[in-house]
Design a protein around this ligand. Structure first.
Ligand code: HEM
Length: 195
């Protein structure tokens, strides 16, 4: 993995309050539930891609190749996530997804929206398919929400940083100067006028 992905991963972990991050306890619980969660792969993949192919903006992004090929990205991700470990390599891979998404024209609203779909689908499946007791399902959802927050933070922050880095390389303007220009430019806007 590149040192840039290591850097963005470290920065995101430093920024995320510990209570918001996926923890070792979450990992232990998650890996205990993994055999049951693995059985949800097919329904999860179906819901995910049915939604993306039914919406023109996201269908356009997935237009190349067969649906089964597109599905493989999520299948691989789900399997590796359930297998553990949640180590530096795993978190840096989540940051790499941000970079890959920029190249593929996948936006953060698309990615964040689909995380919501995954969480809602899993919540129903924990109760109705895996038949967890309500308090067990609630505890599992707590862990899943921390996983979602951690992964989304990595993917979205890496998206922004790689966007800025590419802009910086292609124009020769440092990312620090771009940031200062952005702050100056935005200081004259009055967001309260929108409320
Ligand atoms: C929960 C949200 C999402 C997660 C966890 C996720 C995860 C991933 C992963 C793990 C990869 C493969 C990275 C690699 O090659 O190592 C990937 C690639 C890709 N993702 Fe996403 N993604 C999400 C949302 C989306 C959405 C909403 C779209 C489309 C609108 C999308 C389209 C793509 C495309 C086109 C690729 C390139 C690889 C391929 O399809 O062959 N992703 N994503």
């Amino acid at each position: 993995m590149s040192s840039r992905l290591a850097e963005v991963t470290e920065a995101v972990f430093a920024q995320l309050p510990p209570a918001a991050r996926f923890t070792e306890e979450d990992e232990a619980l998650f890996l205990r539930l993994a055999p049951g969660l693995a059985s949800l792969e097919d329904p999860l993949v179906k819901v995910f891609y049915d939604i993306l192919f039914a919406h023109p903006q996201t269908a356009r992004v997935l237009s190349s190749g067969e649906r089964s090929e597109r599905e493989n990205a999520l299948r691989r991700w789900w399997r590796r996530t359930l297998q553990g470990p949640f180590d530096a390599q795993y978190w840096q891979w989540q940051a790499a997804v941000g970079l890959i998404h920029v190249r593929q024209n996948v936006t953060n609203p698309m990615m964040i929206g689909m995380w919501g779909v995954i969480l809602n689908t899993l919540q129903v499946a924990l109760l109705e398919t895996l038949r967890l007791l309500p308090h067990e399902a609630a505890r599992a959802m707590e862990s899943l929400h921390r996983l979602a927050a951690t992964v989304q933070a990595l993917t979205a922050e890496s998206y922004l940083r790689h966007y800025l880095l590419a802009l910086s390389h292609s124009t020769g303007v440092s990312t620090e100067l771009i940031h200062r220009l952005v702050v100056v430019e935005l200081s004259s806007l009055d967001p309260s006028a929108q409320v």
